[in-house]
Design a protein around this ligand. Structure first.
Ligand code: C2O
Ligand code: CU
Ligand code: CU
Length: 486
């Protein structure tokens, strides 16, 4: 049956341009950072994780006199934490109680393509399906899940649908450290309490809300009572995070795809594009103290239209006599991928048809604004087109160039397998990547080329796209078909 990919779109009232709520005091601040709520495992069998995730609308009373409709996984924003170990078999039943079709994409998790929530594998409103996969060895990483329906990912994530997913190593060299989880999302509220639809500006530059939330809390308080391991997710639609701890140095120990080979000490800031994750070690300074976790100023281009100012995300206190817990010098062995056997060349561009845009004021919520195209290799996404092919087991080198006419950064993501960045090229200057690390999302600045290597382990369909969700929905995405070895 042809379900038609917009047939079940919820009947959202026409966007009347209701303005963004100016009053930031509607959300309480300074409350203790709540721990992520865990998704309970209903299986008693060892090595098996069985649970249900249900997406459904709910009401929140954040704005006095108004109620806000959010979309939740299991009543919570963010969705509950899936906490599993490599080698486990995961069986998650997904129930779609939204008024529109959805999927669950396991971003960063090593799933076979047919279990990865690809746009063609939709779950209709009122329907459910089971996702089932076994996590291979050496796949420990900090991941997340979010919807991936064709052209509706921005809408669903901005209403609250995203959740954390940790795959733990069988032997964790940092198991002695207490963990702190910071799942960062953003939220926009309109003055009538609603989560307003995307404006044309959002579609162009990416949607940012006025509230940046950590584990669903606005500007919470974090107490650091000794050396801690922090896992941080950027699950925002489009917001870049350039995190600082008031100058307090920290240690980077992990990226999207799990632990680094060696820790990197003495960092004072960390850039996380949408969809990137990191693990850091935070040591309280001698004598304790207090500071803030801030999102520092960052210019992601488009002639300053994407410039963000420095903002607090959380207040922090450090214990006075911190317990010093050591970090080993070697965390893991990462083997560098060898010489490539295949090559892919991708370029990212935008196209604006000004005449069309001028004649369409764009009052249709979440509908693709006419005249605006975000493209890979000169084309917008077509679910029925194979853009590139690869062979299972080959080392592929990807060359991704951002030819943005608007001059903006695009964070590039590939589904299914992690990659190793080899080098960057910017303004004629080639810089080898200093870190041997597994990633699945990488920033590409306007005018920049990034080269990375990866190996496809599964036969089937994968996506690659810009992880500014509005750009993904507008077509800055492609299909990769992985074929059997020749
Ligand atoms: Cu978070 Cu297609 O991905
Ligand atoms: Cu993904
Ligand atoms: Cu983009």
């Amino acid at each position: 049956a042809n379900h038609g990919h917009s047939s079940s779109r919820a009947a959202t009232p026409a966007y009347t341009g209701s303005s963004q709520l100016a009053d930031a005091s509607v959300l309480p601040t300074g409350r203790p950072l709540p721990p992520l709520q865990k998704l309970a495992n209903t299986s008693k069998e060892r090595g098996k994780f069985v649970a249900t995730l249900r997406a459904q609308p709910e009401q929140r009373d954040w704005v006095p006199g108004h109620s806000t409709t959010v979309w939740c996984y299991n009543h919570s924003i963010p969705g509950p934490l899936v906490d599993v170990t490599e080698g486990d078999t995961v069986e998650i039943q997904f129930e779609n109680h939204l008024a529109q079709e959805s999927t669950v994409h396991w971003h960063g998790v090593a799933t076979p393509p047919d279990q990865d929530g690809n746009p063609p594998d939709i779950v209709l409103p009122g329907a459910s399906r089971q996702y089932r996969y076994t996590l291979p060895s050496d796949s420990a990483s900090t991941n997340w899940y979010h919807p991936h329906p064709h052209e509706m990912t921005s809408e669903q994530v901005s209403h609250g649908l995203a959740g954390p997913f940790i795959v733990r190593p069988a032997n964790d060299p940092l198991a002695h450290l207490p963990e702190q989880h910071l799942f960062i999302t953003d939220l926009r509220l309109a003055d009538d309490g609603n989560i307003p639809p995307n404006t044309r500006r959002d579609w162009m530059f990416g949607r940012e809300g006025q509230f940046t939330l950590i584990n669903g809390e606005y500007r919470p308080h974090i107490h650091v009572d000794g050396t801690q391991r922090w896992r941080i997710w950027n699950a925002c639609n489009a917001r870049y995070l350039r995190l600082t701890l008031g100058g307090q140095p920290f240690t980077l120990v992990g990226t999207d795809g799990g632990l680094l080979q060696q820790p990197v000490h003495g960092l004072t800031e960390l850039l996380l594009t949408p969809a990137q994750r990191a693990e850091i070690i935070v040591h309280p300074p001698e004598g304790g103290g207090s500071t803030e976790l801030r999102n520092a100023a960052y210019d992601r281009g488009a002639g300053g239209r994407n410039r963000q100012s420095d903002q607090p995300l959380a207040s922090l206190t450090f214990a006075r006599q911190p317990e010093l817990r050591p970090v080993p010098d070697t965390l893991r062995t990462i083997t560098a991928l060898g010489e490539p056997q295949a090559f892919h060349t991708i370029f990212m561009t935008e196209l604006m048809d000004m005449d069309v845009m001028r004649n369409n004021s764009g009052n249709t919520p979440y509908a693709r604004p006419q005249g605006l195209y975000l493209m890979l290799n000169g084309q917008i996404y077509d679910m029925n087109r194979t853009d590139i092919t690869a062979r299972q087991g080959q080392v592929e080198q990807w060359q991704v160039t951002n030819l943005s006419g608007m001059g903006m950064d695009h964070p590039f993501h590939v589904h299914g397998e992690p990659f190793q960045v080899v080098e960057r090229e910017f303004q004629g200057q080639r810089t080898p990547e200093p870190l041997l690390a597994w990633r699945d999302t990488i920033n590409v600045r306007a005018g920049e080329t990034v080269r990375f290597r990866m190996v496809q382990k599964h036969i089937g369909l994968r996506m690659f796209h810009c992880h500014i969700l509005e750009h993904e929905d507008l077509g800055m995405m492609g299909n990769l078909m992985v074929l059997a070895p020749s």
